[in-house]
Every structure is written in structure tokens, then in C-alpha cells.
Write a new protein. Structure first.
Lengths: 133, 284
């Protein structure tokens, strides 16, 4: 089993919050810490795909949810993943009242800044979890 | 007034701060339904006071750092809910107290203000919890438009055209926003509550809620004095998105003239028509 931390965003289809979650997760696994983190498709997890399930079962996972419904955190936990921290994009937004991040299909410059902020937080957590082994 | 504490003060006959501890205990018991535990009798008579301490949260009031009352509570194996040490209160408030066991004005004033704060805390806790509205039933009619679902409770609720609701029980009212508001705003991220004690006119502002899309001022369907706000919304405003009629209620008021207010409100049938029109005309 890969020892990489699993960074799993929600599907992120409906709102800009979800898009921020997806983009932040992709930034973490592909740019910030590709050696320490990888992502798993939430849709696979939800449908009970064996490979996806095997990847997260008992593994440290960081979930990134756009809205407070927490689809990613709930489903990862249900599938046996250990959610070390469940990030909520709405909490990042709370620190930037009045921000115009774009919409569900495209982010504005401000939206990308939120992605960077969330990705940095997740990266820190990935590195900490890496040290824990 | 609630029956908040079982109060265990120190005996308070060695130093003036001890006398202040006694004074705080007596003041609190006098002004709330708290019960007093005599520290001397407690040492020799377990049964009576242990039962009292088990029934109510225990407030321990020590005069000085010897903490006789705290030690007594520990000896008896009691769980302390709140602790006050008068010497710390003196330091924090930067007041001077004399050495005499007979309390002067400044000592009595200190005791009085500590009592006031304890009573206020009590009131605040009650406010956060809100009143139990036993008569509310949640039976929803649903109107669907595309992926959006708009619920409206069929009975017991009155509405204004600003999409705010009220339920009334006796002289108390609970107010919130309708599903239309939370669907239109989408993810609500901020809740600004009205001030407790504020007098609100019918159609006056009763706090606001905000999402990434817009700020919505809650327009009170009734006139009255704010007695409670849903403090859970401050940390979790998404409760309004989950269900604005139940856990997402906004505030409670003591009504001033509901019979007159009612003339300007809609019942279920009236509001449901308004909602359908709004959804069909405006909602995207």
C-alpha cells in the first residue's frame, strides 16, 4: 500500500466552493508535495470501487469539502479511510468576507488566491503526517 | 430565574476576602434559586449537601488562596462546575479591599458586581438555549423548481412577504427565514445576531445573514423585545441552509402586540402563493 497521504476533494460540481476544493487538492498532489500525497477519486470511493477502497482503507486522509455537507469527509470515513482533517472551503471564505471567487466553472484571481491559501494549509498537514509516518 | 448552582463558599471568618466570598454566595442565593451549602456543616453532615451538590452544578467560592472551599469539594469528591477566588477577582478588577471582617462599601460593591456577572452568565446561557416551543409541528408542503426544493411548514407558522417566519406560543415568538432565502443565498457563511434586549418594531431588522452572493437583513414579522438568539448559528450558520425552520431559527422575542402584527402577516396558504410566484418569476 502506498504510504502517501490521500488528499481527497469533494466532487465540486455545483458551486465555486467545490471548485476551490478540487483545485487546491490538485495543487497539493501535483505541485506542492507530489512525493508525499496523492488523490483518490471520490466517485470511485462512493461507488465502492475495490482499488479506490483499498487505497484509503486505514490510510491517513485529508478531505477538502466545498460546503458544510462534507460529502468527501463522510464518504471517505464510511469507506474506511482515516480522516486526519476535514477542510471546509467555507471556512477559508470566512476569512475573506466579500471575496468574489468566481463560479462553479471558472475561478477569478481572488478565487485562485483562496486555492493557494487552502493548498498551503493542506501541504503543511501532509508534511506533518509524513513525519508521523 | 433558573435553579443554577449549588453554592459552596468558604467559611469566610479569617480574612475580609472570605467575608466577600460569603457575601457573594448569599447574594447569589438571594437573587436566584441557587442553593447554599454551609462549609462547616458539610464537613459533619455528608448526606444533606452531597445530594444537593449532585443535583445542581457546583459553584465553589474561595476567599483566599488557601482555597478551603475547593479543598472541601475535592475531599467530598464533588465535580466543580465553576470556581471563583475572591483574591483573583480583587486583582483582576484592580480594587482595594480593607482588612476588616466587617465589609465596607467597596467590598460590598465588589461582591455585588460578581453576583451580577454570575446572574448575567445564567441569563446568557438561557438565551443561547432558547425557549422550548412545544407546539411546533414540522409538516412541510414542497414546491420544486429545477433542482431547488422550497419547503413551507403547513401549520403554526406566519410569514411576511420578506420571506421571514414567526411561530408564537403565548407571549413568546420564534423567528427565522424561509427556505426561499437560504436557497437564494446559497451557502450562508455569516450570521450577525440582533442584540438581546433590543426592542424591534414589526418589519424592523432582526440581524442579518450573509453568503458569498449577498447579505440578507432578517425582517422581523413581529414587534417585541429580543429575548434569545440562536448562538449556534454564529459558529455554524450552515444550519440555516440545512433547515431554516428548525435548527436554523434566528431569534426569539417577547411579543408586544401580536394581534395587531398578525394583520400584516400571511398564513401558509397566503405565503405559499407568494413563494410560488417569486420562484417562478425570479428564481434562477
Amino acid at each position: 500500500m502506498s504510504k502517501k497521504v490521500k488528499v481527497i476533494p469533494c466532487s465540486g460540481m455545483g458551486k465555486v466552493h467545490g471548485l476551490v476544493a478540487r483545485e487546491a487538492a490538485l495543487k497539493v498532489v501535483s505541485e506542492l508535495c507530489p512525493a508525499d500525497a496523492e488523490t483518490v477519486c471520490l466517485a470511485y470511493i462512493v461507488t465502492g470501487d475495490d482499488e479506490a477502497k483499498e487505497k484509503i482503507e486505514g490510510a491517513p486522509c485529508l478531505t477538502l469539502d466545498g460546503c458544510p455537507k462534507m460529502c468527501a469527509a463522510k464518504n471517505v470515513e464510511l469507506a474506511g479511510g482515516i480522516v486526519k482533517k476535514g477542510y471546509r472551503v467555507v471556512d477559508i471564505f470566512k476569512g475573506h468576507r466579500g471575496v468574489k471567487p468566481g463560479n462553479a466553472t471558472a475561478l477569478t484571481e481572488e478565487g485562485w488566491l483562496l486555492v493557494d491559501e487552502l493548498a498551503d494549509k493542506v501541504k503543511e498537514n501532509v508534511l506533518e503526517l509524513g513525519k508521523e509516518g | 430565574m433558573s435553579s443554577r448552582y449549588a453554592v459552596l463558599p468558604c467559611n469566610g471568618l479569617d480574612k475580609s476576602v472570605g467575608c466577600i466570598a460569603r457575601e457573594i454566595a448569599l447574594g447569589l442565593v438571594d437573587r436566584s434559586e441557587s442553593d447554599l451549602i454551609c462549609p462547616v456543616l458539610f464537613r459533619v453532615s455528608d448526606a444533606r449537601y452531597s445530594k444537593m451538590a449532585a443535583e445542581k452544578p457546583l459553584l465553589v467560592i474561595d476567599g483566599c488562596s488557601t482555597r478551603c472551599a475547593s479543598k472541601l469539594a475535592a475531599e467530598k469528591g464533588l465535580k466543580v462546575a465553576k470556581k471563583i477566588t475572591v483574591t483573583e477577582e480583587v486583582k483582576n478588577r484592580n480594587v482595594k479591599v480593607g482588612k476588616s471582617l466587617k465589609l465596607g462599601d467597596s467590598e460590598l460593591e465588589l461582591a455585588g458586581s460578581v453576583v451580577e456577572e454570575l446572574l448575567k452568565e445564567e441569563k446568557k446561557e438561557e438565551s443561547a438555549a432558547g425557549h422550548e416551543f412545544s407546539t411546533i409541528t414540522y409538516d412541510y408542503e414542497i414546491y420544486k423548481k429545477d433542482k431547488f426544493i422550497f419547503r413551507v411548514p403547513r401549520t403554526g407558522f406566519y410569514f411576511n412577504e420578506n420571506d421571514c417566519w414567526v411561530v408564537v406560543e403565548g407571549n413568546r415568538a420564534r423567528v427565522g427565514v424561509a427556505d426561499y432565502v437560504q436557497q437564494s443565498l446559497s451557502d450562508i457563511m455569516f450570521f450577525t445576531p440582533p442584540a438581546i434586549g433590543a426592542e424591534i418594531e414589526q418589519f424592523g431588522e432582526l440581524g442579518s445573514i450573509e453568503s458569498g452572493k449577498a447579505v440578507f437583513e432578517v425582517i422581523s414579522p413581529v414587534s417585541g423585545v429580543v429575548t434569545a438568539v440562536n448562538e449556534n448559528l454564529i459558529s455554524a450558520p450552515e444550519l440555516i441552509n440545512e433547515n431554516p425552520y428548525e435548527k436554523g431559527w434566528i431569534a426569539e422575542l417577547e411579543l408586544t402586540d401580536f394581534e395587531s402584527d398578525k394583520e400584516f402577516l400571511l398564513d401558509f396558504e397566503g405565503y405559499f402563493k407568494v413563494l410560488k410566484r417569486k420562484v417562478d418569476e425570479f428564481h434562477v
